[in-house]
Design a protein around this ligand. Structure first.
Ligand code: ZN
Ligand code: ZN
Length: 140
């Protein structure tokens, strides 16, 4: 018996595989992918945007974005498959953030690290002071 896990899509229990969704949802997702892919295979649909695909196929936007993120639908083939950056909303076709936001976040994280280091050092110093005080007091 494998390990049981909750499907991240329908929340049903299933025996854990390499995927985080259950076999039923995998099947549904494959069907959705086929639908989207068949739609995009038609030459005049190649330039379709995600919104247009949702309208034409009825497949959920979230799923189409997932396919793009998984690189199953390649931006090189379908140039208009873009979705908004999670931070600033500009159009992107890979990852969760646009390149500007990832750069900014990276800098922020570095600053955060420096700040954390300072805070840690200060806390340690305080502790040392407190300890010194404590041992002096005990000696008396
Ligand atoms: Zn499921
Ligand atoms: Zn952004």
């Amino acid at each position: 018996m494998g390990e049981l896990s909750n499907c991240s899509q329908c929340n049903g229990l299933f025996v854990k595989t390499t995927k985080d969704i259950c076999p039923n949802c995998v099947k549904e997702e494959e069907k959705a992918f086929r639908t989207v892919y068949d739609f995009l295979k038609i030459r005049m649909n190649r330039q379709a945007t995600i919104v247009e695909i949702v309208e034409a196929t009825g497949v959920e936007e979230r799923l189409i974005i997932k396919f793009v993120k998984e690189q199953r639908l390649r931006p090189s083939q379908f140039p208009n498959l873009t979705y908004p950056c999670q931070r600033c909303g500009s159009e992107i076709n890979e990852g969760n953030l646009c390149s500007d936001c990832s750069k900014e976040l990276a800098t922020d994280l570095k600053n955060q690290d420096v700040y954390n280091d300072l805070a840690k050092r200060k806390a340690e110093e305080e502790k040392r002071k407190a300890n010194t005080y404590y041992s002096i007091k005990r000696q008396n």
